[in-house]
Design a protein around this ligand. Structure first.
Ligand code: GLN
Length: 355
């Protein structure tokens, strides 16, 4: 009787098993000691504090004397804001802060508030609700377009044009409009990690200049798309636009999104992690309105602008860039904010589409 162990087939099998195990070990060893170029491709190299600060300082120096663009004037209080204000703040996803210029000068947040109200509606009602009720597509038309609504069968398009933002405000779950406002404000404060001041002058001025927004809200109501009384929604929306922020606030608010929904300074969760990519997708699609495509082509990063001169750029998983500079291009986006952000992104190799 043959011994099993001497069976040539068994020997081959054992040898094969050993060879397979050995090969697996080799592969694992190779993976963990991959050459530097391979590791860099998998995970972006950590940037030193000095490198980030240098990029921020350079961006400030390079564009501080650029006076192209013009303050918004369709809201009269905005035309009176000092156009020279220029501040840049970078906040990393782990809470380090780098600044240059007037990072404590405040402007009204305006349309950047739309990000946080959309975040609140998403948190309360889910990502599908936002997509179905409001939309997740670019309109290709200016942020206050009435025609966009008509062209799209009564849909606002996305929560970052005025129509979609007023709609989002109306869908914030609350018993009445004062509670709705309180929730919107508390949510923005949580993102910023401080109680943001209210700009009464901008609010009153905008109340006198918001007939167009009232018309938009009434039109959406006629299409059955509003969650509350349309004119009340416009008032709450106007209030949320009149909250003051500085570049530093915008950097921190953006860093909460870069940090998967947790404010890195307070440690407080402001949005469930699974909704963060949805909100960033909306920012990439429509954050800079009808110029969002050109912006993405240059920067590769989700962003949101406001006609007060603020701009918030998110580099997912890594950091946010908050800038304030009131003069705008013809689309309503801060000229220096865009230039400075693109400079920092290029200098530090942050373009998310190039990772
Ligand atoms: N409050 C402004 C408006 O309703 C916001 C617009 C903006 O920042 N693009 O027109």
């Amino acid at each position: 009787m043959k011994e099993r162990g001497l069976n040539p087939v068994s020997i081959d099998r054992r040898l094969m098993t050993k060879l397979v195990l050995f090969a697996a070990l080799l592969i694992l060893t190779a993976a963990y000691s991959a050459p530097a170029w391979a590791r860099d491709a998998a995970a972006p190299a950590a940037l030193s504090d000095a490198a980030i600060q240098q990029a921020v300082t350079e961006a400030y120096e390079k564009f501080k004397d650029d006076d192209s663009g013009k303050n918004a004037d369709y809201i009269s209080a905005l035309s009176k804001v000092d156009p020279k204000i220029f501040g840049i703040t970078v906040v990393t996803a782990d809470g380090r802060i780098f600044e240059a210029g007037d990072t404590r000068a405040e402007v009204s947040i305006q349309s950047i508030s739309k990000v946080f109200t959309a975040s609140l509606v998403m948190q309360q009602r889910g990502a599908e609700f936002v997509q179905e009720k409001i939309g997740a597509n670019a309109t290709g038309l200016p942020f206050n377009s009435v025609m966009a609504i008509e062209l799209h069968g009564g849909s606002a398009g996305n929560p970052f044009v005025n129509a979609g933002a007023i709609q989002a405000t109306s869908w914030v779950a609350a018993k009445d409009s004062s509670e709705r406002w309180a929730r919107i404000k508390a949510n923005m404060d949580a993102y910023a990690g401080r109680e943001l001041p209210f700009n009464q002058e901008v609010y009153e001025s905008e109340l006198n200049d918001n007939k167009r927004n009232q018309a938009i809200a009434k039109l959406l109501d006629a299409y059955g798309r509003m969650g509350s009384d349309p004119l009340e929604a416009v008032t709450v929306y106007t209030m949320q636009c009149s909250v003051n922020v500085m570049a530093r606030d915008l950097g921190i608010m953006g860093a909460a999104l870069a940090n998967h929904g947790i404010n890195p300074l307070t440690g407080k969760r402001v949005l469930e992690g699974r909704y963060v990519p949805k909100l960033l997708a909306l920012m990439a699609t429509a954050g800079l309105y009808d110029n969002a495509g050109d912006w993405l082509y240059a920067a590769g990063a989700p962003a949101k602008s406001g006609v007060g001169g603020g701009l918030l750029v998110v580099i997912p998983g890594r950091m946010a860039i908050g800038t304030v500079s009131p003069p705008l291009d013809r689309y309503g986006n801060s000229v220096r904010g865009q230039k400075a952000s693109i400079y920092i992104i290029e200098k530090l190799g942050l373009n998310p589409l190039a990772q």
